[in-house]
Design a protein around this ligand. Structure first.
Ligand code: ADP
Ligand code: DP6
Ligand code: CO
Length: 331
Protein backbone atom coordinates (compact mmCIF):
# COMPACT_ATOMS: atom_id res chain seq x y z
CA UNK A 1 0.00 0.00 0.00
CA UNK A 2 1.19 3.53 -0.79
CA UNK A 3 1.82 6.17 1.86
CA UNK A 4 -0.58 8.51 0.08
CA UNK A 5 -3.39 5.93 0.46
CA UNK A 6 -2.85 6.05 4.21
CA UNK A 7 -2.69 9.84 4.45
CA UNK A 8 -5.89 10.05 2.41
CA UNK A 9 -7.58 8.30 5.35
CA UNK A 10 -6.03 10.50 8.02
CA UNK A 11 -5.83 13.99 6.58
CA UNK A 12 -8.28 16.46 5.03
CA UNK A 13 -7.93 16.92 1.27
CA UNK A 14 -7.47 20.64 1.52
CA UNK A 15 -5.03 21.99 4.01
CA UNK A 16 -3.98 25.58 4.58
CA UNK A 17 -0.66 26.76 5.92
CA UNK A 18 -2.22 29.04 8.48
CA UNK A 19 0.66 29.87 10.74
CA UNK A 20 4.21 29.36 11.84
CA UNK A 21 4.66 26.63 14.41
CA UNK A 22 7.39 25.39 16.70
CA UNK A 23 7.45 22.01 18.44
CA UNK A 24 9.77 19.77 20.41
CA UNK A 25 9.86 15.97 20.50
CA UNK A 26 12.17 13.83 22.61
CA UNK A 27 14.47 11.19 21.27
CA UNK A 28 13.82 7.67 22.60
CA UNK A 29 15.89 4.63 23.46
CA UNK A 30 14.43 1.21 22.77
CA UNK A 31 14.72 -1.43 25.51
CA UNK A 32 13.28 -3.95 23.04
CA UNK A 33 14.43 -2.90 19.57
CA UNK A 34 12.56 -2.38 16.34
CA UNK A 35 14.70 -4.26 13.84
CA UNK A 36 13.22 -5.37 10.52
CA UNK A 37 10.23 -4.24 8.44
CA UNK A 38 7.36 -6.18 6.97
CA UNK A 39 6.55 -3.14 4.81
CA UNK A 40 9.29 -0.68 3.90
CA UNK A 41 6.95 1.87 2.30
CA UNK A 42 4.94 2.38 5.51
CA UNK A 43 7.67 1.39 8.01
CA UNK A 44 5.60 -1.46 9.44
CA UNK A 45 7.72 -3.54 11.81
CA UNK A 46 8.24 -7.30 12.02
CA UNK A 47 8.21 -7.08 15.84
CA UNK A 48 6.72 -4.94 18.59
CA UNK A 49 9.15 -2.69 20.50
CA UNK A 50 9.30 -0.76 23.76
CA UNK A 51 11.18 2.43 24.50
CA UNK A 52 11.72 5.19 27.00
CA UNK A 53 11.65 8.81 25.88
CA UNK A 54 14.61 11.02 26.70
CA UNK A 55 12.95 14.01 28.34
CA UNK A 56 14.70 17.19 27.10
CA UNK A 57 17.05 15.45 24.63
CA UNK A 58 15.66 15.57 21.12
CA UNK A 59 14.63 17.94 18.34
CA UNK A 60 13.14 21.43 18.14
CA UNK A 61 11.54 22.17 14.78
CA UNK A 62 10.08 25.41 13.53
CA UNK A 63 7.98 25.76 10.37
CA UNK A 64 7.46 29.09 8.65
CA UNK A 65 5.18 29.24 5.57
CA UNK A 66 7.06 30.77 2.60
CA UNK A 67 6.23 31.73 -0.97
CA UNK A 68 7.87 29.59 -3.62
CA UNK A 69 8.11 26.11 -5.07
CA UNK A 70 10.62 24.42 -2.75
CA UNK A 71 11.09 24.05 0.98
CA UNK A 72 14.10 25.63 2.65
CA UNK A 73 15.69 23.29 5.19
CA UNK A 74 18.02 24.43 7.96
CA UNK A 75 19.71 21.92 10.30
CA UNK A 76 21.40 23.21 13.45
CA UNK A 77 21.64 26.75 12.08
CA UNK A 78 22.97 25.84 8.62
CA UNK A 79 21.01 25.93 5.42
CA UNK A 80 21.09 22.67 3.43
CA UNK A 81 20.98 22.33 -0.34
CA UNK A 82 17.47 21.48 -1.61
CA UNK A 83 19.01 18.39 -3.26
CA UNK A 84 20.71 17.14 -0.09
CA UNK A 85 19.43 13.77 1.14
CA UNK A 86 18.34 15.27 4.45
CA UNK A 87 16.27 18.01 2.74
CA UNK A 88 14.75 15.57 0.27
CA UNK A 89 13.58 13.30 3.09
CA UNK A 90 12.07 16.24 4.97
CA UNK A 91 10.30 17.57 1.85
CA UNK A 92 9.03 14.12 0.87
CA UNK A 93 7.53 13.84 4.34
CA UNK A 94 5.89 17.27 4.10
CA UNK A 95 4.47 16.17 0.71
CA UNK A 96 2.36 13.64 2.60
CA UNK A 97 0.64 16.51 4.39
CA UNK A 98 0.38 19.10 1.61
CA UNK A 99 -1.07 16.49 -0.73
CA UNK A 100 -1.93 18.29 -3.98
CA UNK A 101 -1.37 21.82 -2.75
CA UNK A 102 1.73 23.91 -3.26
CA UNK A 103 2.56 24.97 0.25
CA UNK A 104 6.17 25.55 1.09
CA UNK A 105 7.94 25.97 4.38
CA UNK A 106 11.15 27.18 5.82
CA UNK A 107 12.03 24.29 8.14
CA UNK A 108 14.40 25.16 10.96
CA UNK A 109 15.34 22.07 12.92
CA UNK A 110 17.80 21.63 15.76
CA UNK A 111 18.95 18.39 17.32
CA UNK A 112 20.49 18.64 20.78
CA UNK A 113 21.80 15.09 20.26
CA UNK A 114 24.23 14.07 17.50
CA UNK A 115 22.56 13.58 14.11
CA UNK A 116 22.60 10.08 12.55
CA UNK A 117 24.96 8.63 15.17
CA UNK A 118 22.71 6.00 16.75
CA UNK A 119 21.02 8.34 19.23
CA UNK A 120 17.68 8.22 17.44
CA UNK A 121 17.74 11.64 15.75
CA UNK A 122 15.38 10.21 13.13
CA UNK A 123 12.88 9.48 15.91
CA UNK A 124 12.86 12.95 17.50
CA UNK A 125 13.33 14.62 14.09
CA UNK A 126 10.23 13.15 12.43
CA UNK A 127 8.14 13.34 15.61
CA UNK A 128 8.91 17.06 16.00
CA UNK A 129 8.21 17.68 12.30
CA UNK A 130 4.86 15.85 12.58
CA UNK A 131 3.84 17.91 15.62
CA UNK A 132 4.88 21.15 13.92
CA UNK A 133 2.91 20.26 10.76
CA UNK A 134 -0.13 19.44 12.89
CA UNK A 135 0.05 22.99 14.29
CA UNK A 136 1.06 24.87 11.14
CA UNK A 137 -1.78 23.27 9.16
CA UNK A 138 -4.24 23.46 12.09
CA UNK A 139 -4.99 19.74 11.73
CA UNK A 140 -5.74 19.05 15.35
CA UNK A 141 -5.10 15.31 14.94
CA UNK A 142 -5.32 12.86 17.86
CA UNK A 143 -2.03 11.40 19.22
CA UNK A 144 -2.50 8.00 17.54
CA UNK A 145 -2.89 9.57 14.10
CA UNK A 146 0.21 11.70 14.73
CA UNK A 147 2.12 8.58 15.75
CA UNK A 148 1.07 6.76 12.54
CA UNK A 149 2.15 9.73 10.42
CA UNK A 150 5.49 10.10 12.23
CA UNK A 151 6.12 6.37 11.72
CA UNK A 152 6.05 6.90 7.96
CA UNK A 153 8.97 9.34 8.35
CA UNK A 154 10.99 6.96 10.54
CA UNK A 155 9.65 3.90 12.35
CA UNK A 156 11.13 4.78 15.73
CA UNK A 157 9.51 8.25 15.51
CA UNK A 158 6.08 6.76 16.31
CA UNK A 159 7.31 6.24 19.90
CA UNK A 160 8.64 9.80 20.26
CA UNK A 161 5.15 11.30 20.34
CA UNK A 162 4.89 10.26 23.99
CA UNK A 163 6.83 10.68 27.23
CA UNK A 164 8.03 7.88 29.48
CA UNK A 165 7.75 4.20 28.55
CA UNK A 166 6.12 3.65 25.17
CA UNK A 167 5.08 0.47 23.42
CA UNK A 168 4.91 0.26 19.64
CA UNK A 169 2.23 -2.30 18.84
CA UNK A 170 3.21 -3.89 15.56
CA UNK A 171 -0.38 -4.20 14.33
CA UNK A 172 -1.76 -6.51 11.69
CA UNK A 173 -3.43 -4.28 9.16
CA UNK A 174 -2.01 -3.74 5.71
CA UNK A 175 -2.58 0.02 5.96
CA UNK A 176 -0.78 0.20 9.33
CA UNK A 177 -3.58 2.10 11.07
CA UNK A 178 -3.11 -0.23 14.07
CA UNK A 179 0.69 0.17 14.17
CA UNK A 180 1.56 3.10 16.43
CA UNK A 181 2.97 4.10 19.79
CA UNK A 182 1.00 3.77 23.03
CA UNK A 183 2.26 5.31 26.27
CA UNK A 184 2.47 2.86 29.18
CA UNK A 185 0.75 4.06 32.29
CA UNK A 186 3.87 3.63 34.42
CA UNK A 187 6.34 5.88 36.14
CA UNK A 188 9.73 5.01 37.63
CA UNK A 189 11.31 7.83 39.64
CA UNK A 190 15.06 7.46 39.90
CA UNK A 191 15.35 5.58 36.60
CA UNK A 192 18.52 6.90 34.93
CA UNK A 193 19.86 6.73 31.39
CA UNK A 194 23.46 7.77 30.76
CA UNK A 195 24.84 8.47 27.30
CA UNK A 196 28.39 7.25 26.70
CA UNK A 197 29.52 9.13 23.65
CA UNK A 198 32.10 7.05 21.81
CA UNK A 199 31.79 8.80 18.44
CA UNK A 200 29.26 11.48 17.47
CA UNK A 201 30.07 11.30 13.74
CA UNK A 202 27.45 10.29 11.20
CA UNK A 203 27.39 6.52 10.80
CA UNK A 204 28.46 4.96 7.52
CA UNK A 205 25.36 2.74 7.20
CA UNK A 206 22.06 4.31 8.30
CA UNK A 207 19.52 2.32 10.36
CA UNK A 208 17.25 1.90 7.37
CA UNK A 209 19.81 0.14 5.16
CA UNK A 210 21.32 -1.76 8.12
CA UNK A 211 17.93 -3.20 8.96
CA UNK A 212 17.21 -4.15 5.37
CA UNK A 213 20.59 -5.81 4.92
CA UNK A 214 20.07 -7.86 8.09
CA UNK A 215 16.61 -9.09 7.09
CA UNK A 216 17.79 -9.99 3.59
CA UNK A 217 21.10 -11.69 4.38
CA UNK A 218 21.35 -12.92 8.00
CA UNK A 219 20.03 -16.46 8.65
CA UNK A 220 20.33 -15.59 12.31
CA UNK A 221 17.58 -13.00 11.83
CA UNK A 222 15.01 -15.83 11.84
CA UNK A 223 15.32 -16.09 15.60
CA UNK A 224 14.87 -12.34 16.17
CA UNK A 225 11.03 -12.09 16.24
CA UNK A 226 10.83 -14.77 18.93
CA UNK A 227 13.51 -13.10 21.03
CA UNK A 228 11.71 -9.76 20.71
CA UNK A 229 8.32 -11.23 21.70
CA UNK A 230 9.79 -12.88 24.80
CA UNK A 231 11.61 -9.67 25.74
CA UNK A 232 8.45 -7.59 25.39
CA UNK A 233 6.72 -9.69 28.05
CA UNK A 234 9.72 -9.57 30.38
CA UNK A 235 9.98 -5.79 30.04
CA UNK A 236 6.30 -5.27 30.72
CA UNK A 237 6.61 -7.37 33.84
CA UNK A 238 9.79 -5.56 34.91
CA UNK A 239 8.12 -2.16 34.50
CA UNK A 240 4.98 -3.24 36.33
CA UNK A 241 6.95 -4.66 39.26
CA UNK A 242 9.77 -2.08 39.12
CA UNK A 243 12.22 -4.97 38.87
CA UNK A 244 15.35 -3.16 37.73
CA UNK A 245 17.52 -6.27 37.30
CA UNK A 246 14.96 -7.91 35.03
CA UNK A 247 14.62 -4.70 33.01
CA UNK A 248 18.39 -4.22 32.67
CA UNK A 249 19.14 -7.84 31.79
CA UNK A 250 16.37 -7.99 29.23
CA UNK A 251 17.35 -4.70 27.57
CA UNK A 252 21.05 -5.60 27.40
CA UNK A 253 20.42 -9.08 26.02
CA UNK A 254 17.93 -7.70 23.51
CA UNK A 255 20.45 -5.13 22.24
CA UNK A 256 23.24 -7.69 21.95
CA UNK A 257 20.93 -10.13 20.15
CA UNK A 258 20.08 -7.43 17.63
CA UNK A 259 23.78 -6.69 17.14
CA UNK A 260 24.44 -10.42 16.67
CA UNK A 261 22.02 -10.41 13.72
CA UNK A 262 23.84 -7.39 12.25
CA UNK A 263 27.22 -9.07 12.52
CA UNK A 264 25.77 -12.17 10.85
CA UNK A 265 24.70 -10.09 7.81
CA UNK A 266 26.57 -9.84 4.55
CA UNK A 267 28.51 -7.65 4.05
CA UNK A 268 28.95 -7.77 7.83
CA UNK A 269 27.63 -4.86 9.80
CA UNK A 270 29.46 -3.91 12.95
CA UNK A 271 28.62 -0.54 14.52
CA UNK A 272 30.99 -1.05 17.44
CA UNK A 273 34.33 0.69 17.82
CA UNK A 274 37.14 -0.41 20.18
CA UNK A 275 35.90 2.14 22.76
CA UNK A 276 32.38 0.69 22.57
CA UNK A 277 33.75 -2.73 23.54
CA UNK A 278 35.90 -1.21 26.29
CA UNK A 279 32.79 0.46 27.74
CA UNK A 280 30.81 -2.82 27.60
CA UNK A 281 33.61 -4.61 29.43
CA UNK A 282 33.68 -1.90 32.07
CA UNK A 283 29.93 -2.38 32.62
CA UNK A 284 30.39 -6.16 32.97
CA UNK A 285 33.26 -5.68 35.43
CA UNK A 286 31.26 -3.28 37.58
CA UNK A 287 28.30 -5.61 37.53
CA UNK A 288 30.50 -8.49 38.67
CA UNK A 289 31.35 -6.27 41.64
CA UNK A 290 27.66 -5.93 42.48
CA UNK A 291 26.68 -2.69 40.75
CA UNK A 292 23.24 -2.72 39.09
CA UNK A 293 24.43 -1.29 35.79
CA UNK A 294 23.35 -2.37 32.31
CA UNK A 295 23.68 -1.01 28.78
CA UNK A 296 21.82 -0.89 25.52
CA UNK A 297 23.06 0.14 22.07
CA UNK A 298 21.42 1.07 18.79
CA UNK A 299 22.71 1.28 15.25
CA UNK A 300 25.83 3.25 16.22
CA UNK A 301 28.93 3.01 18.42
CA UNK A 302 27.50 4.84 21.46
CA UNK A 303 26.27 3.11 24.64
CA UNK A 304 23.29 4.04 26.76
CA UNK A 305 23.74 3.02 30.39
CA UNK A 306 20.77 2.00 32.53
CA UNK A 307 21.03 2.46 36.28
CA UNK A 308 19.21 3.85 39.32
CA UNK A 309 19.71 7.23 40.97
CA UNK A 310 21.10 5.69 44.17
CA UNK A 311 24.08 4.41 42.09
CA UNK A 312 24.58 7.59 40.12
CA UNK A 313 27.71 8.81 41.93
CA UNK A 314 29.49 5.46 41.56
CA UNK A 315 28.55 5.26 37.88
CA UNK A 316 29.85 8.81 37.32
CA UNK A 317 33.18 7.91 38.94
CA UNK A 318 33.69 5.25 36.30
CA UNK A 319 32.11 7.12 33.40
CA UNK A 320 32.99 10.81 33.83
CA UNK A 321 31.31 13.22 31.37
CA UNK A 322 28.25 11.00 31.30
CA UNK A 323 25.17 12.92 30.12
CA UNK A 324 22.42 11.62 32.38
CA UNK A 325 18.67 11.82 31.88
CA UNK A 326 15.99 10.96 34.45
CA UNK A 327 12.83 10.55 32.37
CA UNK A 328 10.59 10.24 35.46
CA UNK A 329 12.36 12.70 37.77
CA UNK A 330 14.29 11.89 40.91
CA UNK A 331 13.03 10.00 43.94
P1 ADP B 1 19.71 7.94 14.13
O1 ADP B 1 20.40 6.86 14.89
O2 ADP B 1 20.25 9.29 14.50
O3 ADP B 1 18.22 7.86 14.23
P2 ADP B 1 19.22 7.18 11.39
O4 ADP B 1 20.13 6.58 10.37
O5 ADP B 1 18.09 6.35 11.84
O6 ADP B 1 20.10 7.67 12.62
O7 ADP B 1 18.56 8.49 10.85
C1 ADP B 1 19.28 9.63 10.48
C2 ADP B 1 18.39 10.42 9.54
O8 ADP B 1 17.27 10.96 10.27
C3 ADP B 1 19.06 11.64 8.97
O9 ADP B 1 19.87 11.31 7.89
C4 ADP B 1 17.83 12.45 8.56
O10 ADP B 1 17.28 11.95 7.35
C5 ADP B 1 16.85 12.15 9.68
N1 ADP B 1 16.88 13.24 10.69
C6 ADP B 1 17.77 13.43 11.69
N2 ADP B 1 17.49 14.57 12.39
C7 ADP B 1 16.39 15.09 11.82
C8 ADP B 1 15.62 16.27 12.07
N3 ADP B 1 15.91 17.10 13.07
N4 ADP B 1 14.56 16.54 11.25
C9 ADP B 1 14.24 15.68 10.24
N5 ADP B 1 14.93 14.56 9.96
C10 ADP B 1 15.99 14.26 10.72
C1 DP6 C 1 18.35 0.23 16.20
O1 DP6 C 1 13.55 4.10 13.14
O2 DP6 C 1 15.88 4.82 12.57
O3 DP6 C 1 17.41 2.33 16.76
O4 DP6 C 1 12.28 3.26 10.26
O5 DP6 C 1 14.15 3.06 8.64
O6 DP6 C 1 13.76 5.23 9.82
P1 DP6 C 1 13.66 3.73 9.89
O7 DP6 C 1 14.66 3.24 11.04
P2 DP6 C 1 14.86 3.77 12.53
O8 DP6 C 1 15.43 2.44 13.22
C2 DP6 C 1 15.75 2.40 14.57
C3 DP6 C 1 16.50 1.15 14.87
C4 DP6 C 1 17.08 1.07 16.27
C5 DP6 C 1 16.12 0.36 17.22
C6 DP6 C 1 14.96 1.15 17.76
O9 DP6 C 1 15.03 2.37 17.90
O10 DP6 C 1 13.95 0.50 18.11
CO1 CO D 1 16.94 6.31 13.55
Amino acid sequence: MKRTDVTARLLPKLVKASASAEQFAPSNIALCKYWGKRDAELNLPINASLSVSLDYLGTHTRLIPIEGQVDEVWLNGQQLQPGARFSRKVSAFIDLFRRDQTLCFKVETRNNIPTAAGLASSASGFAALTLALNDALALDLPPEALSILARMGSGSACRSLFEGFVEWRMGQREDGLDSHGIPLDASWPGFCIGLVEVDAAEKAVDSRSGMQRTVETAHLYQSWPLQAAADMSKLQQAIQERDFSLLGQTAEQNALSMHATMIASWPPLLYWQPDSVAAMQKVWQLRAQGLELYFTMDAGPNLKLLFQRQDRDVVLQHFPNLETVEPFGSE
